[in-house]
Design a protein around this ligand. Structure first.
Ligand SMILES: N[C@@H](CCC(=O)N[C@@H](CS)C(=O)NCC(=O)O)C(=O)O
Length: 230
């Protein structure tokens, strides 16, 4: 047992960000699968907005992934994942915010849910949702490819930062869809960044610790609550 607990459901993109950061920082933690409790009073007592992840460290409970990732980086030893330089740190935060606003919603909520999550539950894909998202994702990948085009190993430059760990899970899951596989071929610098990230010992350890991608049972309600209407 450790005094750090991550609560969430196993396939959650945002939970993956937190678990990646903890693994990179070599912080031992326990994962608590909230799937059976999602939306219940016990879940809402931990996260009043009905989301995951939630982090518990000793007597401290925290939600929102950027707050958790920053806390983990600052509360534990190990190489810092936030640049000391004020402008590089601002650039990192620009990318984290961009993942939340321009990458995750289209790659995950729109395409990955329609292509991988709903069909596993017997719910047909909504082609309009996918068609609306794809040009937004093309744009987002083009922007990322341009940012990586200045000889940078990582998104903010030479240093591995939280921005890389925010970007990885959304792009990983979208890359499992047929649309993602086809689109990625056009972005060689982005593909090289992905390969570099997947080669990190922490990322390998994280992937090896994940269970098979089981259906997300509580996602049945997303088809009503989360699905955009076009
Ligand atoms: N703003 C939140 C977003 C978290 C989020 O959207 N998590 C998704 C999983 S990746 C979730 O909890 N979905 C559950 C649901 O909508 O029922 C954060 O940064 O932590």
């Amino acid at each position: 047992m450790t005094d750090v607990v991550v609560l969430g459901f196993p396939r959650s993109t945002y939970v993956h960000i937190v678990r990646l950061v903890l693994t990179q920082k070599a912080v031992p933690y326990t994962f608590c699968d909230l799937e059976p409790e999602m939306g219940s009073a016990s879940h809402l007592a931990l996260h009043p907005f009905d989301r995951v992840p939630i982090l518990q460290h000793e007597d401290f409970t925290l939600f929102e992934t950027s707050a958790i990732a920053t806390y983990v980086d600052e509360a534990f030893e190990g190489p810092l994942l936030q640049p000391k330089d004020v402008r590089a740190r601002a650039r990192m935060n620009q990318w984290i915010s961009s993942v939340n606003s321009y990458y995750y919603p289209y790659m995950i909520y729109h395409v990955t849910h329609e292509r991988l999550v709903y069909p596993q539950l017997g719910i047909a894909s909504d082609e309009k949702v996918v068609a609306h998202a794809l040009p937004k994702i093309e744009r987002a990948l083009h922007v990322l490819e341009t940012a990586l085009g200045h000889g940078a190993d990582y998104i903010v430059g030479r240093e591995l930062t939280l921005a890389d760990f925010f970007m990885l899970p959304s792009t990983y899951a979208f890359g499992l869809t047929e649309e993602g596989k086809a689109m990625y071929l056009k972005y060689p610098l982005f593909c090289a960044w992905r390969a570099r990230m997947e080669a990190l010992p922490s990322v390998k350890r994280f992937r090896a610790a994940l269970p098979p991608r089981e259906p997300i049972e509580h996602a049945r309600k997303w088809a009503v609550s989360h699905r955009p209407k076009y």
